[in-house]
Design a protein. Structure first.
Length: 39
């Protein structure tokens, strides 16, 4: 099964919790997910 994409609400909640440092990690994870899906 493909990993489920986080919803916008979930991303915003995480962003509020951990701030900009966490946001960078989320972006990196999104890029990795997109790379996996494009193969």
């Amino acid at each position: 099964m493909l990993p489920s994409f986080p919803t916008l609400n979930t991303v915003l909640q995480i962003w509020k919790l951990c701030g900009n440092e966490c946001w960078i990690l989320i972006v990196i994870e999104w890029r990795l997910l997109l790379l996996c899906l494009s193969q």
